[in-house]
Design a binder for this molecule. Structure first.
Ligand SMILES: [Mn+2]
Length: 356
């Protein structure tokens, strides 16, 4: 399937090879992770060029797929150019969304093939079953961490302490690493900033706390946000915001299926929030694709026109943030299917009150 995607890319661009340089596209195609390396994909044969730090690891790897020959890389440009000549490559695709300008200039001088600058940011949009399984595993760990947070959080804990607790739990439960720095945003001030950095602020009765977190499993990530209440005495305006965000999210999720445009998912969520009078407080896009990267194509955001297809994995995460009052965001990861969607994240969505 991935070979088909690269073959189509070559045909669309009249090329006879693809050079993958970005860590995310190399991991996607080969399931082998390394900071540096190259995949040279041609009509008949695929080469992985990898330096001494990874060479043995690549040879011994049980996960490696789609590679015919592993080359010990010591002079990448020279070795790639030798392959270009040996395989008689005339036109080679390079990743215009990743390769630096100075790298391109140098390759243009050295390589005996015409370089076709091609945007590859959409080649990973549709996930295969193995990829979906890894994302699901990451989401399952995320739910376990969320339940641990709910059990262990106490009035007087700081946002930073909660973030540290989250990090430890992810690693103890078998995550490879966190997929991004955990966001813990509590109260009137931090809660009203969508991507607040955890601070020394301690949580207190009446707070809304927004927790945005995720982890990696086998190179694939999860991304989940929940807002919960501390105690029972909550400003009714916050309760109203919560219900509005939840209903907006449910409307957006229910609309997911093959054939709808990513921009429409945003519009459905936004229009509902606007109809309740909170339009000016929903200041970001509704969601994004996720997989090897935490934010990747397609984007469920304003003016986006990508048509969602079965196998895409996306978030739906509307929010409302009111300075001086606080904020709410509810985020799930979803698999788009032919007839609808499946939840990948499973954490409870109704408003949870924590007894401090
Ligand atoms: Mn997200």
């Amino acid at each position: 399937m991935k070979k088909d995607i690269l073959n189509n890319l070559m045909n669309d661009n009249g090329a006879d090879a693809v050079l993958l340089h970005s860590p995310q596209n190399r991991l996607w195609f080969t399931r082998f992770s390394s900071s540096l390396g190259y995949v040279l994909f041609s009509k008949n044969k695929t080469y992985l060029l990898i330096d001494g730090r990874y060479h043995t690891m690549a040879i011994e790897s049980k996960e490696l797929i789609n590679v015919d020959e592993i080359i010990n890389m010591n002079n990448a440009s020279k070795q790639i150019n030798e392959l270009i000549q040996k395989l008689n490559i005339k036109k080679m695709i390079i990743e215009s969304d990743w390769v630096y300008v100075n790298q391109f200039d140098s390759w243009s001088k050295i390589f005996k093939a015409k370089l076709i600058k091609t945007d590859t940011s959409k080649i990973r949009m549709i996930k295969d079953q193995w990829e979906i399984d890894q994302i699901r595993k990451a989401c399952d760990i995320t739910n376990l961490v969320f339940e641990k947070v709910l059990k262990n959080i106490k009035i007087g804990m700081s946002e930073l302490e909660i973030a540290r607790f989250v990090s430890n739990q992810f690693l103890e439960l078998g995550a490879q690493k966190l997929s991004f720095d955990t966001i813990v945003a509590s109260g009137e001030m931090n809660g009203s900033m969508p991507h607040a950095t955890p601070s020394n602020r301690t949580i207190k009765e009446g707070d809304f706390v927004t927790l945005d977190m995720g982890c990696y499993v086998n190179g694939y990530c999860s991304d989940q946000t929940r807002t919960f209440a501390i105690g029972e005495t909550i400003n009714p305006k916050l309760i109203d915001i919560y219900q509005t965000v939840l209903e907006s999210q449910q409307k957006g999720i229910s609309a997911l299926k093959e054939g709808i445009s990513s921009g429409d998912i945003h519009k459905i969520c936004f229009d509902y929030i606007e109809s309740k009078g909170y339009g000016e407080y929903f200041t970001h896009g509704t969601g994004h694709g996720l997989g090897i990267e935490i934010h990747e194509e397609p984007y469920n955001a304003k003016n986006q026109t990508e048509i969602l297809r079965a196998g895409m994995t996306v978030t739906v995460e509307p929010g409302i943030y009111i300075p001086g009052l606080g904020g709410v965001r509810i985020e799930d990861d979803l698999l788009v299917t032919k007839d609808g969607f499946e939840y990948l994240t499973t954490a409870r969505r109704e408003l949870i009150h924590i007894k401090g």
